[in-house]
Design a protein around this ligand. Structure first.
Ligand SMILES: O=C(O)C(=O)C[C@]1(C(=O)O)C=C[C@@H](O)C=C1
Length: 261
C-alpha cells in the first residue's frame, strides 16, 4: 500500500468512526424518546404488550421505499426489526415462544431476524404447549410455521384469545431462507387495522374452499377427530365462505414487503 493510500485509509476509518458515533448517539436518543413514549402510553402498556403491528408494518414499508445503494435491504430491515423489538421489550418485557417441530433451525433464524437477541426465547415440545404457556404468562409471542404442526390454528381464538399478528418473512422474494410463518400474539387492547383479517373454522373437505373467491385459503388440515379445519384470510371488501362453520376471528396480518416496494 502506498503512503497516499495509507493516509486515505486512516481518513476513511476516521469517517467510519464518526458515522458510528452518530448512529450510536441517535440510537441512545431514540431510547430517550421511548422513555417519554412509555409515560405517554402509560396504562395501555401496563395492561399488556406494547406491540403496534400497524405502526411497525408502515415503518417497514418506508424503509423499503427509501432504500437505495449497495447495502442489502435485508440488513436494514433486520437491524430495524431488532431495534423495534428491543424498544418494545423495554416498554413491556415479553418472551418469544417456539415449538421444537419441523425445521427448528430455520424458524429460529427467522424469529431472531424478527426479534433480535435481547428478547428471550423459550422452546416447547409442541405448539399446543407453547400456546398454553403464552395464555398463562400474558406478554408473550410465538413464531409458528404454517406447516409446523397439524392443524395448530385450532387452538387460536378460543378462551386464550390468541390470534395472528404478523406474517413472516416480513421481506419476501429475497435470497434469505424462509418458510411461510406467523407471529401469534395474545389479544390486544386496541383493534388493529390489518390488511388481512384471519379466521379459523370447520369445512367439509380439503377442496371445500376451491371455488371461494372472497379471500385466501392459508391452510386446511384434519384435526385429531378427523374433522377438517381451515385457516383463511379476508381483506376489506372480501366475504367469508358460506360453507365454513363455527367461523371465528383469529387476528390478521399486514402485507409482506417486496424489495421494490
Ligand atoms: O410507536 C409506538 O407505539 C412504539 O411503541 C414505538 C415502537 C418503536 O420502537 O418504533 C415500538 C413498538 C411498536 O410496535 C411500534 C413502534
Amino acid at each position: 500500500m502506498t503512503a497516499n493510500n495509507l493516509q486515505r485509509l486512516t481518513e476513511l476509518r476516521a469517517k467510519i468512526d464518526a458515522v458510528d458515533e452518530s448512529v450510536h448517539n441517535l440510537l441512545m436518543q431514540r431510547a430517550s424518546v421511548i422513555d417519554e413514549l412509555i409515560k405517554v402510553k402509560g396504562a395501555a402498556t401496563q395492561k399488556g404488550a406494547a406491540f403496534h403491528p400497524g405502526r411497525e408494518a408502515s415503518m417497514m414499508v418506508q424503509f423499503a421505499k427509501r432504500h437505495g445503494g449497495s447495502l442489502p435491504l435485508e440488513m436494514i430491515i433486520h437491524i430495524w426489526r431488532d431495534i423495534i423489538s428491543t424498544f418494545t421489550y423495554l416498554q413491556a418485557n415479553y418472551t418469544v415462544h417456539l415449538s421444537d417441530v419441523g425445521d427448528t433451525n430455520l424458524l429460529r433464524d427467522m424469529a431472531r431476524f424478527q426479534f433480535g437477541f435481547t428478547v428471550p426465547f423459550q422452546n416447547h415440545d409442541s405448539i399446543k404447549q407453547a400456546f398454553g404457556v403464552m395464555a398463562e404468562t400474558g406478554n408473550a409471542l410465538a413464531v409458528i410455521a404454517v406447516e409446523g404442526e397439524k392443524c395448530w390454528w385450532q387452538y387460536l381464538g378460543g378462551k386464550n384469545g390468541l390470534g395472528l399478528m404478523a406474517r413472516l418473512p416480513v421481506l419476501v422474494e429475497t435470497k434469505l431462507p424462509s418458510v411461510d410463518a406467523f407471529v401469534v400474539a395474545p389479544p390486544t387492547t386496541e383493534a388493529i387495522p390489518f390488511d388481512w383479517r384471519t379466521y379459523a373454522g370447520f369445512v367439509e373437505s380439503t377442496d371445500a374452499l376451491n371455488d371461494w373467491t372472497g379471500g385466501k385459503v392459508i391452510a386446511i388440515d384434519t384435526d385429531e377427530q378427523g374433522r377438517y379445519q381451515a385457516l383463511i384470510a379476508i381483506a376489506d371488501g372480501g366475504a367469508a365462505p358460506k360453507s365454513m362453520l363455527d367461523i371465528r376471528a383469529v387476528g390478521g396480518y399486514f402485507e409482506q414487503i417486496e424489495p421494490a416496494a
